[in-house]
Structure formats: C-alpha cells, structure tokens
Design a protein around this ligand. Structure first.
Ligand code: NDP
Length: 619
C-alpha cells in the first residue's frame, strides 16, 4: 500500500485556478436537477415497510403507556443518548428515550453495511470517551465498535430502563390544561410528558431516489441502511459476502457510504456496477491503531481539547503554534495554510485574508486528490470520471485505501450518470445506461438520507401541535424561529437539537453533548423552580433572531457554487431552510460562551416560566 504524503499538493503556480473555477461551475451546472430535493420520493408501500421494519431485533410485546413522565426524548442515537446523559447529570431520571430501532445507536444501530467505519477521527467523534474510559481501537473505528460503545454509554449512564424501543412517535400535542405534551405512538401509548426533546439526528430516514421504474426491478433491491446479509452472505462483523459469488450487483451512489461498500462488492460479487453521478473526494486512509500508552498518558480534559482542535482546523483560524492533532483530510487545508504562514514568519492576517489563503489551498489540495486518482486508476477515461471538480467541503471528504483500485478489476465497471443527472431508468432485469440494458441480480441504494426534505417528511410525525393547535410545520414553513436554537415561542416545554438557529461543532457528537447540557439545565431549573411551563417570550425570541441575523456570515457564494448535495439543498438556493439552518456567525465556541454566560446569570432571561399556583406567567 502506498502511503500518500498528505502535504504534497502542487504549488499554486502549477495550477490554473480561474480555469478550475470555471470547470467547477460547469460540473455543478451539469448536475443540478430542476426538481432539486423533489427528485427523492417519499417511501411508501414496500419501501415504507422496508424502512420501518427492524431486521435485527425482534419486537417485544408491551402494554401501551399512558402515565406521566418528566421528559420524552425522541431518539436513542448519538443525539438522544447525549441528551439523556446530560439529563441524568442534571438530576432528571424520569424520562424515556423513544426510538424506532430496537436498541441504542441510531445511525449506528441501523447501518450495518460491510465496510462501515467512522469517517472522522474516532477520538473526536466517539463521545464521552473519558466518562466511559473507552479507548477506540484505531483512528477510524468499525461501525460495530461504535455501536458497541453506544451500549457502553447506555450502561455507564443507566439509560436502559428509560428506553422505549421499536416505538414510533406519531403525534405530539400540547395540553394547556395539564401543561404537558401528549405523546402518541404506534404502540398505542399516550404518554403525558412535561418536556419533549426532539433529538432525531440528521440521518434518520433513508432516501429513495425517484429513478423512473424504481418499482419495476424484479431482483433484490435494498438500501445500505437495511443491508440484507441473508441475501449477500457474511455478516456485520464478518464481511465475507460469499453468496454474491454468482451475482451481478449494481450500487447506486458514490457518497461516503458507497466508498466504504464498493471494495467489499468488488471482492465478492461476480460483477459490480458502480453508478456514479458525482465523484467523492477520497484521500488515503492512514488508519493507524491507537497506542494504549499514548491513550493512558492523556490528561483529564483531553477529549474536549482534541474536539476543539478539530473544530478550529475545520472552521476557524488557529493560533500560532497550535498543532493539528487530527492530521487527516479534514484538517489538511488549514494545516497547510498554517505551515506556510509559519514559514513566512507568521505575518498578521485578517480572517478574510486567511479565508483567501484557504481558498487557494483548497484548489491545491483538490488537485492533489485528483492526481491521486490518476495514480491509482489505470484506465485514463475512468480515472477522469472519478475526479472531483468542486471545492473541498462541498461534499463530505472521505478516505479509503481500496476504492479506486477496484476500477482496475475486470469485474468492476464505473457507470457515470452525470450526463443524465442520475440513473436513466430501472427495468425488470436491471438498469438502462446510454440506451442499453444492463442486467443485474441485485441493486443496492447507497443514496443517502432525507436531510433536506421538508420537516414533516423527514421527521415522519403526523402531528406536532403547540399552543392553540399551531403546527410546528406551519410555524417553521418559511424557516426556523427559535430562541437560542433550542426553544420556540408557542411550543412550551419543547426543545430542539441539531442545526436550527444554534451553532454547530465540526463534530456532531460535541454539538449534541452541549445542546443536551443546555436543555438539561433549562429543564432541571424549571422543575426546581416549580414551573410547569417554560417557553421563550415573543420579544426575546425576536431579539435573538434579529441579533443572530446581524452577525450572520454570508457564505452563500461558496454554497451556491458547490456541486449539488444535501449540504446546499441539492443546489436549490431559493429555499429558506437547509441542513445548516442559520448558525451563530461568531462561531461555535463564542456561541457556547454566550450560553454559559446566560446560564451563569441564573435568570433564565428571555424564558417565561409559569407556576402552577398562579398559572400566571412570570419572566
Ligand atoms: P450521500 O447523500 O452522501 O450520497 C448519496 C449518493 O447517492 C450520492 O453519490 C448521490 O449522487 C447518489 N445518488 C442519489 N440519487 C441518485 C440517482 N438518481 N442516480 C445516481 N446516483 C444518485 O449519502 P451517504 O449514505 O453516502 O452518506 C450520507 C452521510 O452519512 C454522509 O455525508 C455522512 O454524514 C454519513 N456517513 C458517515 C459515516 C461516518 O463515518 N461517520 C460513514 C458513512 C456515511 P450525487 O452526489 O450526485 O447527489
């Protein structure tokens, strides 16, 4: 295996940046679809059944629950677990984690496809390593290791008794008489919850591409998030897909998931067609084992420091002498800019000047990655088709040591569908490509998740009604309206997580920990103060949004110029809401400091608390 020197990118003088910029725009334009998000169709019929059925854990019968609880948390993945752990720390034990799956883990419960690994530094991505005392085995852990660590978190924080698995929430209705939420589920529950926390994470619903004829195909078809090992052979922890030896398989998509799957298909299937619309950015993996001695030598607070370092190298401007602890594709652009700045004696630089340097380095790093494709793929035409022409961070960067080499095998073909903006058609026996039918036994959808579809479709909850029956879907139709990104006027005792009008860390799990902490603080304070109802006042919410917008950073040029993906609403710049919502323009850590100051003041300023005796709101 060649270990690629990650700092070896061509100098700016050797690349034609204006010409590349033009090429990036052309490549974007030939992929933009007029129907943007609507190219993905709602899962109904057999798709709905496939997505909603849990193939891993039998459903245990239980009686409906109709009692009261302090908190219902929607979700038991990373986000739901982080909220639960923080509630426990805040002294709240009386809650349920409600999840569609049959166990803890969310994404890491459902996704069991061969090759599944973390794509981020495990020491950053896997949460609560200090609390659980867990040492990840390597830089990018296997999916099952992350899943197992989720079980460890559940045990460490005593979350098992609070879990309601195989339960899908269907309705959430605020009851002003009880000052509680009615939580209705597919198990007949009507739980009366004082608080509700929406903690579903962004990758909870597999996405179905609206390829003409998608229902015609008579062979085996499944999404990567519902891998069928009965069909392929092998298993989650043993990826010997021995039943594919006589099968022709097509995999649709070349995102972070497909990159990990393809080498396993190439190894085991009789033939593999890799259907690509947009190439990924793929660096060498360099998946080194974690050294136990090094791990033991870390001082308390090390993970927090490492997460902060990761965030600074992905989104911020590091200080002089600040080392890049992560040393991978995620941090390379900033690492290289800092190295060159140091070589120049660390001249003063405004954030704008730093961003300009990053932009040039971005072209250089992407050129290095394109050169990597030429080095590894023998057929020049295939190599060219596999090269990414867009800015780093337009799509999630990946790393893999086997993906490109697969295309040198006789049993692997690249099916490049950029020209038709997606696969033309599925037939009874396979798929159409350039007017020819390609027969296959199995089609695997590595087509991602409903990240940017409308909230009602993404959340899959029919009814969410706050004060006076107001639907959250209507309230947020034109964009989020929140206070601190975590509460909303008209929706008392409800908390939100993720990418709303809060800020987000480069590591999702860190965002979830901090949001869980803040939510735990507000909920526990409300309970301690005897309040039955807490919500932001209209004025406080308006002021928050006004301030948020006044400090917003305009990155619309970058986003618009990106190739379409869920990062930019599939190229639809008319939509108000997309995955990253409206983040706090000053950055993640200033946002956290603002919240910490607000908590330290102890006044819950901006929230209206209602006491049961008076039922009169008090600021
Ligand atoms: P993505 O949304 O990133 O990729 C979907 C793929 O399907 C894209 O290549 C897309 O092409 C393709 N596609 C969609 N519709 C069609 C069509 N009609 N014809 C042809 N191709 C089509 O999904 P992934 O599952 O790969 O990744 C989703 C996210 O999951 C990642 O961004 C990441 O956040 C997470 N993930 C995390 C991992 C981790 O280690 N932590 C590992 C794997 C995934 P196009 O790009 O042109 O739209």
């Amino acid at each position: 295996m060649t270990i690629y020197n990650p700092t070896k990118c061509p100098p700016a003088s050797e690349i034609d940046i204006p010409a590349l910029h033009e090429k990036y725009l052309q490549e974007r334009d030939r992929r933009i679809k007029k129907d943007h998000n609507e190219q993905y169709i709602p899962a109904s019929g057999k798709w709905k059944d496939a997505y909603e059925t849990d193939p891993y854990t039998p459903v245990a019968p239980r009686d409906p629950i109709t009692g009261e609880t302090d908190v219902v948390i929607l979700g038991a993945g990373y986000c739901g677990m982080m909220v639960a752990a923080q509630l426990k720390k805040a002294g709240i034990d009386n809650f349920y984690n409600v999840d569609h799956g049959g166990g803890f883990g969310g994404t890491w419960y459902w996704n069991r496809y061969p090759g599944l690994q973390c794509d981020n530094d495990s020491l950053v991505y896997m949460p609560l390593l200090e609390e659980t005392g867990y040492m990840p085995s390597k830089k990018f852990c296997e999916g099952y290791e992350i899943h197992d660590h989720c079980q460890m978190i559940a045990d460490t924080f005593g979350l098992r008794d609070n879990a309601l698995f195989h339960t899908m929430i269907q309705s959430l209705k605020w009851d002003p008489e009880l000052n509680r939420w009615h939580v209705g589920t597919n198990r007949g529950d009507d739980i009366k919850a004082r608080f509700v926390v929406m903690a579903m994470g962004p990758l909870n619903k597999p996405k179905l591409p609206g390829i003409p004829g998608i229902d015609k195909f008579k062979g085996k078809i499944f999404h990567t998030a519902r891998w069928d090992y009965d069909y392929t052979g092998g298993g989650w922890r043993d990826t010997n897909l021995d039943k594919l030896g006589d099968k022709k398989v097509a995999i649709i998509g070349t995102g972070a998931t497909a990159i990990q799957v393809v080498p396993h298909l190439a190894r085991h299937a009789k033939h593999t067609y890799v259907v690509q619309r947009t190439p990924s950015t793929i660096d060498a993996r360099n998946n080194w084992p974690i050294d136990p001695e090094w791990f033991k030598s870390q001082k308390p607070g090390w993970q927090e420091e490492r997460v902060r370092n990761f965030h600074r190298f992905v989104f911020d401007m590091p200080e002089r002498g600040e080392p890049d602890m992560i040393q991978d594709i995620w941090t390379e652009v900033t690492r290289n800019v800092c190295a060159e700045r140091e070589a120049d004696g660390w001249p003063d630089m405004t954030p704008e000047e730093f961003a300009a340097k990053r932009e040039v380095m971005d072209y250089r790093v992407m050129e290095r990655l394109r050169n990597r494709v030429s080095e590894l793929v023998q057929d020049p035409e295939t190599a060219e088709a596999l090269k990414p022409y867009y800015r780093y961070q337009c799509k999630r960067p990946a790393s893999n040591d086997e993906f490109y080499q697969c295309f040198n095998q006789d049993n692997v073909d690249l099916i490049d569908v950029a020209e038709t903006r997606g696969l033309e058609e599925l037939t009874e026996n396979g798929f159409m490509y350039k007017g020819k039918e390609y027969e296959c036994d199995c089609i695997i959808l590595a087509s991602g998740y409903e990240v940017t579809s409308d909230l009602d479709r993404r959340w899959g909850i029919d009814t969410i009604e706050g004060e006076n029956g107001l639907s959250i879907y209507d309230y947020w139709r034109e964009g989020f309206q929140t206070f601190q990104g975590m509460t909303a006027h008209n929706f008392p005792n409800m908390f939100f997580t993720g990418f709303t009008q809060a800020s987000f860390n480069a590591s999702n799990s860190k965002t979830f920990i901090d949001q869980g902490f803040h939510i735990g603080y507000i909920a526990s304070e409300a309970l301690k103060r005897g309040a039955v109802r807490v919500e932001p006042g209209q004025e406080a919410q308006n002021a928050y949004i006004t301030h948020l917008r006044s400090i917003a950073v305009d990155n619309s040029e970058f986003v618009t110029e990106c190739t379409p993906s869920y990062f930019n609403n599939e190229g639809d710049d008319t939509k108000k809401r997309h995955i990253f919502g409206e983040p706090w323009g000053e950055g993640y850590y200033p946002f956290c400091e603002m919240l910490a100051k607000w908590r330290d003041a102890g006044k819950l300023e901006g929230l209206v608390l209602t006491q049961p005796e008076t039922l009169e709101p008090a600021e």
